[in-house]
Ligand binder design. Structure first.
Ligand SMILES: [Zn+2]
Length: 389
């Protein structure tokens, strides 16, 4: 279902929606642990390896705001999901796959459908918790799971088989896409075309890190921590403001308009498709540098505190823009801190806020009929006014 470096046409292939495709997979991961293989990465349940390696994250040309937002979410998933607005074919899906591929492989319990982390006993699923004796672990790549538009709720959250449960007195649960996305990324192409109810549900799970499935008095919970990345084309249907506001970051991507950048994009894509191995080898070092930066930032993040002056600036900015609630400030604080961690800065400063303010706030503005300028321009103007004072 996931093709490395896939085009949008491929990721929307209806064949990947078919529950027939999904079932054997889910059944295979239930119960019996898979046979160990010499290379743990080769049988990750979520990312069947295509022949070609993933297009390197460091080889993506431009799209700085999107790349930065994804890195920030990888450093601190609590910033909330990332919404990517923009044209088709701007490499949204490629960027997510590229980022996931450069993240260090994760240690996961062998045979666990949620890829539980054996080093975090508090986050184990009920199966791993009930497991007598030591848990066997192996390394698997960070999952990237595509959520197809036609997916049913059962396919997304998992299905409870009531008949089996009643007949055998046991919980018969077939994990869904949220189980497979645990500890990784969940990508929804054209999230604005997805049913509001499903978007709402996904945002709930992403915020709590737990998926709860309830059917007629039966209930099951399992860990589902993932970075939700939704892409949307604003010309093809809008998200309700209540849903927009629940995404941490919103970034815009555009098809590059300057000639040298366009030529560069096409040249790299062509080089990659002609010889993926050689192309990836050429960017291996650059990818490794990003991986080190990410690892350092994750380790550094817990010790970074946000000074009162920075928090106050965040609050004044949100007041000036009239954003509802406190989600704006919270996102500004967490995103600014993650950016400062990525840059190994001593503290989280107003400069960090200024740089991430558009991504944190542009989707939280109320329509102002007297102000025809776009939301990005409105945020930029408020940043200039508030932070200069
Ligand atoms: Zn588990």
């Amino acid at each position: 279902m996931i093709v490395n470096g896939s085009t949008h046409a491929m990721s929307r292939e209806p064949a990947s929606v078919s529950p027939l495709n999904a079932k054997p997979d889910a059944i295979r991961t239930e119960g019996r642990p898979p046979r160990p293989k010499p290379n743990g990465a080769a049988h990750a349940p979520t990312t069947p390896r295509a022949a070609a390696p993933t297009f390197p994250f460091s080889a993506i040309v431009g799209q700085d705001e999107m790349r930065q937002a994804l890195l920030i979410a990888a450093v601190d998933p609590s910033v909330g999901g990332v919404l990517v607005f923009g044209d088709r074919g701007t490499g949204k899906s490629t960027a997510i796959r590229g980022l996931a591929a450069l993240l260090p492989p994760m240690r996961a319990v062998v045979g666990c459908p949620y890829a539980c982390d054996p080093a975090r006993p508090g986050d184990l699923c009920h199966r791993c918790r009930d497991h007598a004796g030591g848990l066997e672990a192996h390394s698997v790549p960070v999952p990237v799971v595509d959520l197809p538009l036609g997916a049913t709720e059962d396919r997304v959250v998992g299905a409870l088989d009531l008949e089996r449960a009643l007949a055998h007195g046991q919980k018969a649960f077939e994990p869904g896409l949220l189980a497979r996305a645990n500890r990784g990324f969940l990508y929804i192409d054209e999230v604005n075309l997805l049913d509001d109810h499903l978007v709402d549900l996904l945002l709930d799970v992403a915020a709590s890190g737990v998926n709860t499935v309830e059917r007629e008095g039966l209930s099951i919970r399992h860990p589902a921590r993932f970075v939700l990345v939704g892409s949307g084309n604003p010309e093809e249907g809008e998200l309700r403001p209540q849903l927009l506001d629940r995404f941490g970051l919103a970034v815009e991507v555009t098809t590059p308009t300057d000639l040298p950048t366009r030529i560069d994009v096409v040249r790299r894509r062509d080089a990659y498709e002609r010889d993926p191995e050689a192309f990836c080898a050429a960017y291996a070092e650059a990818d490794a540098t990003i991986r080190q930066t990410l690892n350092r930032a994750r380790a550094y993040l817990p010790s970074l505190t946000v000074p009162d002056a920075t928090l106050e600036a965040a609050a004044r900015l949100c007041l000036a823009l009239g954003t509802d609630g406190l989600r704006g400030e919270l996102t500004l604080m967490r995103t600014g801190r993650a950016l400062a961690a990525l840059e190994a800065a001593d503290t989280v400063g107003i400069d960090h806020l200024a740089r991430i303010a558009p991504a944190c706030l542009r989707h939280r503005l109320r329509r102002n009929p007297l102000d025809e300028s776009g939301s990005t321009a409105r945020v930029a103007r408020a940043v200039a006014e508030v932070f200069a004072a």
